[in-house]
Structures are given as structure tokens and as C-alpha cells.
Design a protein around this ligand. Structure first.
Ligand SMILES: [Cu+2]
Length: 410
């Protein structure tokens, strides 16, 4: 009996020794940034926005020291999508006390999964002004799920976000008031003047008559969209013609992004940290807090193509140029056709505000607003190059049919 227990103890001790503690120190500090031409307050970790990419291997023990060096604010860190003991989850007043200024908090947990994740502050609205970063977990060397040609590719961490010169607290207040300020900034008020200019006077009148609001696909205006904390960036140290894996997280506060690549197809290989059957797409949309792993090809010599993240409302984008040569022209997504969307909304409603048959089809997902609002689908894209779209759902009775339902179910 005793010998058996000793043996088990020995095994446990051996196991513990085999697990590697991996330490990171995060120094949280007040900082000043200038993303838009104006100096604004933000929060940086180790002097940078976004926070550093934390990389682990499954089986490691994470030891993350958060040093709160802010002047007067508390902080906390939440590890988005990770399986861990509840007390390490980073939610102030729920799983821990807030980290007071001038103090250090140690998070430690075993890494029992792999994939692409991210982490962010869970205090106040600190995430919006800098406290977001990638959390990457590689597979163990002997993991049977390792995929040749995917898991052995060089990795490029990509974290998306946006910047507003307004304080996040003000944005929150404005959203509660539901005023038109952001729509004015974005040029999406759909005024009568605009309606007349675009030949949609009667659409606008009907819209007002039915007391519906102007069309929009997002609520906040941002001065800049960022990819790894920059609006534009170039990586030129990869072998021309080779493949790379982008580990992408959307660390934005409210923006969905369309992802496109000038250098060819995008192969999606993982979603929210889980491997998926690889699928080739022309583009995909990433929601707030989602992650995707994609594989793209580095261009041949003397060229570089943009990996583009375009805000869903198309008011702006951020780009990562891949390749060692001249930047090739970027194919931007054209402006949305709001009046066409408005017209469709009108057509769905009876005068008394009830839905008609068309409205029913819409709610049953048989039709898609994108089909009329996205110029590249409706076939009136002034930015030339027709791009096959993989975003739309089934659209019975519409002039365009989705050719790739399997893609849209990613
Ligand atoms: Cu989160």
C-alpha cells in the first residue's frame, strides 16, 4: 500500500516539474496618445497599446503579475475564453478585489487548452483606451491534432480595435441619449438633401411617414481604426510566396470588421480558439471579441498587398501590408447604399407599422438587407473589381443567390 502511494506522489511531483511556469509582468500606466492629431489620455502596458501578446504552450503554468502603476484608478485583467479557476477570472468584486494603484496582483493558472484568445481590463471602460491584448496558446509538440502546413506556419498576431477622441464614458452617455451626433459625423443621417441628390425623395418621405429611423449599421463614430495599435503597418520579413498564419482577435469596443486580402484567398483554419475544417473565403466578418485564425500567402518579390480590416459601416479601415515590395493599390469596400436599405425597410412595413409578407420573409432569414445595401453584391460597385461575397444567407426570391452556404456557416 505505502509503496503504491509513494509512487503516485512521485508521479505527481514529476508532473509538476514537467509543467513550465511562464512569467509575464504587466506594468499598467497612464499615458498620452495621438491617433487622430489630438493628444488624448490612454492607458498603456509596458509602454505599449495594445498590451503585449502573451504566448504560452498548452501545459504551461501562467504566472502573470499585474502591476497597477496608474495614478488613481483600480484595474483588473480578464482572460477572454480561457478555462481557469474562478478566482483567476479577473472580474472585480465578483472573483477578486480590484487591484489598487501602487499594488501588484499575481494571476496564476494552468494552461489547459490551445488556440487564439485575448485579454482585457475588466475595470470601468479601460479596455476602450488601451487595455486589450492577444493571448496565444500553442499546441504541445506531441499533440495529435497538430496539422501539417497550418500549425507549423509562422504566426502574425493581429489585434483589431478602434479609437475615439471622446472619452468612453461620454460615448456611453451619448448612446443612452440616442442623439444624432455620431450619425452626423459618419454622414449617415440620410437627410432630405441627400435623398433628393440620390433620387430617393419618395423613399425618404415614406420612411418618415412610417415613422422609421434612418438606416445605419453601427452606432459610434471612430476617428481611427487600428491593427496592432496602428492604422497602417508593413511586415516585409517573410519569404515571398510562403504562407503565414494570422491569429486575429477583435479587441474593439463596438466595431465589426470585414477582413479582406489583396494577395489572394483567405483560408480560415480556426474560430474562437478551436480548429475548424479549413475553408477558403474571399472575405469574412469578425464580431467584437471573436477570434479567427487565417492563412494567407505572402506575395512574390517586390510586391506587398494589404490585409485590410474595414469597419462594417465602412467609415474607415486599418491595413497590414504583407510582402517586401511596393504597396499595391488597396481595394476598399464601397460605401453602403443606405437609401436602398431604407427602401427595403419601407417595403417590409404596412402603413400601420405591421410587417407584410416581405417583412415576414426577412424575419425568417429568407432575405438579406446586405443584398441591396452592399454595392459589390447588388452589382453597382464603383470600386470596380467584383468580389464574390460569402457573407449572405439564403435569399429566396432575391436576384442574387448565395453560392456558398457552407462558407456562411463558419
Ligand atoms: Cu472579454
Amino acid at each position: 500500500m505505502k509503496i503504491k502511494y509513494l509512487f503516485i506522489l512521485f508521479l505527481i511531483a514529476f508532473q509538476l516539474k514537467a509543467q513550465k511556469g511562464v512569467r509575464y509582468d504587466l506594468h499598467v500606466r497612464d499615458t498620452i496618445v495621438n491617433f487622430s492629431g489630438k493628444e488624448k489620455r490612454a492607458i498603456a502596458v509596458n509602454g505599449q497599446i495594445p498590451m503585449p501578446t502573451l504566448t504560452f504552450t498548452e501545459g504551461d503554468i501562467a504566472e502573470i503579475y499585474v502591476h497597477n502603476e496608474l495614478k488613481k484608478e483600480t484595474t483588473s485583467m480578464h482572460w477572454h475564453g480561457l478555462f481557469l479557476p474562478n478566482k483567476e477570472d479577473g472580474v472585480p468584486y465578483l472573483t477578486q478585489m480590484p487591484i489598487e494603484p501602487g499594488t501588484t496582483h499575481k494571476y496564476t493558472f494552468p494552461i489547459i487548452q490551445n488556440g487564439t484568445y485575448w485579454y482585457h481590463s475588466h475595470s470601468g471602460l479601460q479596455e476602450q483606451i488601451g487595455l486589450y491584448g492577444l493571448f496565444i496558446i500553442n499546441k504541445k509538440k506531441d499533440d495529435s491534432t497538430i496539422r501539417k502546413g497550418i500549425d507549423d506556419l509562422p504566426t502574425i498576431p493581429v489585434i483589431l480595435s478602434e479609437w475615439s477622441d471622446l472619452k468612453p464614458e461620454n460615448i456611453q452617455r451619448m448612446l443612452h441619449n440616442a442623439n444624432d451626433w455620431f450619425a452626423i459625423k459618419k454622414g449617415t443621417t440620410q437627410s432630405y438633401a441627400e435623398a433628393i441628390k440620390q433620387g430617393h425623395f419618395s423613399t425618404k418621405v415614406t420612411n418618415e411617414w412610417k415613422r422609421m429611423n434612418a438606416m445605419d449599421v453601427s452606432d459610434v463614430y471612430y476617428e481611427k481604426f487600428l491593427l496592432n495599435g496602428k492604422n497602417e503597418q508593413q511586415l516585409s520579413d517573410f519569404k515571398p510566396g510562403s504562407k503565414v498564419r494570422l491569429r486575429i482577435a477583435n479587441g474593439g469596443a463596438s466595431s465589426y470588421f470585414w477582413l479582406t486580402y489583396g494577395g489572394g484567398k483567405i483560408t480560415v483554419v480556426a474560430s474562437d480558439g478551436n480548429d475548424v475544417e479549413p475553408v477558403e473565403v474571399d472575405r469574412l466578418i469578425i464580431a467584437v471579441s471573436e477570434t479567427y485564425d487565417v492563412v494567407v500567402t505572402i506575395p512574390e518579390n517586390n510586391k506587398s498587398f494589404a490585409f485590410l480590416a474595414t469597419a462594417e459601416d465602412r467609415t474607415g479601415s486599418a491595413s497590414l501590408f504583407l510582402g517586401n515590395g511596393e504597396k499595391q493599390p488597396v481595394h476598399h469596400l464601397s460605401k453602403l447604399k443606405y437609401f436602398e436599405g431604407m427602401k427595403m425597410m419601407n417595403d417590409m412595413m404596412k402603413m400601420n407599422g405591421e410587417m407584410n409578407d416581405m417583412g415576414m420573409n426577412m424575419s425568417l432569414n429568407k432575405m438579406d438587407m446586405n443584398a441591396v445595401m452592399y454595392p459589390e453584391i447588388s452589382g453597382e460597385d464603383e470600386n470596380a473589381k467584383p468580389a464574390m461575397d460569402h457573407s449572405n444567407h439564403n435569399m429566396e426570391g432575391m436576384k442574387m443567390e448565395s453560392d456558398s452556404t457552407e462558407t456562411s456557416e463558419l
